[in-house]
Design a protein around this ligand. Structure first.
Ligand SMILES: Nc1ncnc2c1ncn2[C@@H]1O[C@H](COP(=O)(O)OP(=O)(O)OP(=O)(O)O)[C@@H](O)[C@H]1O
Ligand SMILES: [Mg+2]
Length: 306
């Protein structure tokens, strides 16, 4: 049985009439210990998709399941890491993590909790900053705290929604390597959302494109059969990496291109009786009355290329 899955899910927002369908017929199945990355354009429905799994968004049709049980709300079995760190600003690194640990492991002794917290702070290389407040940390350090806090809750699956998008390229690269290293040591199941194809192939076992098909659909899974640890410099020359990258980018671009050709807007036109242009002399032409409305209320709906 897969650890976590989505079956035939669709999701839209808004009221009937002005509704936007965002996701259509999403099927996703992730086994325990897998590292899956979903790549998609900005605004294509990535957060909506991951939140079907977190329980923050309910599908209109279909279901999301963890260990075969329908997901109806967030739970400690699914750890969430967002783009914007979401740390409590008045608590230190240690206190931010302690808050989560105390909530989940209420039955543990204070010593057990302390050790567990220290272990996770060390895991993200922040032992020297344990007593600092979020405002005293760089963006990369804050995101490390966020990852440590989530991992410290021992979730069955880590759901990461563009965890590194707010960081500069160098810090981002460093964290990609650090998170990959942590994953190699603890093999927590990961579902990671990104808009960066290179990041996806560098960290994942499996990459799935989210196609901007309006509503968005998931494309075919691509297996990343590249040995770990992956060296970010060497990987650029790896033929497997180059092939996957080219395939992934062209899949996303092709879907966007197809979408563009198909994209159209619906406009509402008055119902007009076409003008009779069979004038026999210029006087008739000058005295013409122009097109007439068949009805004042009736309108014609037409679709034109956008
Ligand atoms: N709660 C909501 N109510 C109405 N519309 C929403 C809601 N959440 C998302 N949307 C719309 O659904 C679409 C997909 O949004 P979503 O946040 O899932 O995309 P995304 O791929 O995560 O975007 P980004 O790359 O900006 O994070 C967008 O057009 C967005 O405006
Ligand atoms: Mg998003």
């Amino acid at each position: 049985m897969p650890l976590i899955e989505i079956k035939g899910a669709s999701k839209g927002y808004g009221l009937p009439g002005s509704r936007t369908e965002v996701l259509k017929n999403i099927n996703l199945s992730v086994e325990e210990g897998e590292f899956v990355v979903i790549v998609g354009y900005s605004g294509s429905g990535k957060s909506t998709l991951i939140n079907l799994l977190s329980g923050l968004v309910k599908p209109d049709t279909g279901t999301a399941l963890i260990e075969g049980k329908v997901i109806t709300e967030p739970g400690p079995d699914r750890g969430l890491v967002f783009q914007n760190y979401s740390l409590l600003p008045w608590l230190t690194v240690e206190e931010n993590i302690a808050l989560a640990v105390d909530e989940v492991f209420k039955e543990w002794t204070p010593e057990q909790r302390k050790e567990h917290i220290a272990k996770h702070i060390a895991m993200v290389k922040l032992s020297h900053a344990a007593q600092k407040l979020p405002k005293e940390l760089s963006g990369g350090m804050r995101q490390r705290v966020s990852v440590a806090r989530t991992l410290a809750m021992n979730p069955k699956v880590l759901l990461m929604d563009e965890p590194l998008s707010a960081l500069d390229a160098l810090t981002r690269a460093q964290l990609q390597d650090e998170i990959s290293e942590i994953w190699m040591s603890n093999k927590t199941t990961v579902i990671w959302i990104t808009n960066d194809p290179d990041e996806a192939i560098l960290v994942a076992d499996k990459v799935i494109p989210l196609l901007p098909t309006s509503p968005a659909t998931l494309g075919e899974t691509m297996i990343v059969d590249i040995e770990r640890p992956r060296d970010r410099k060497a990987i650029n020359h790896d033929p497997k990496f180059k092939k996957l990258r080219a395939e992934l980018i062209s899949t996303l671009l092709d879907a966007k291109g197809r979408n563009k050709v198909k994209s159209s807007v619906q406009i509402s036109l008055p119902d007009i009786l076409p003008e009779d242009l069979t004038y026999t002399n210029s006087l008739q032409f000058l005295n013409r009355t122009g097109p007439k409305r068949r009805s004042d209320n009736k309108r014609e709906e037409v679709e034109v290329a956008a």
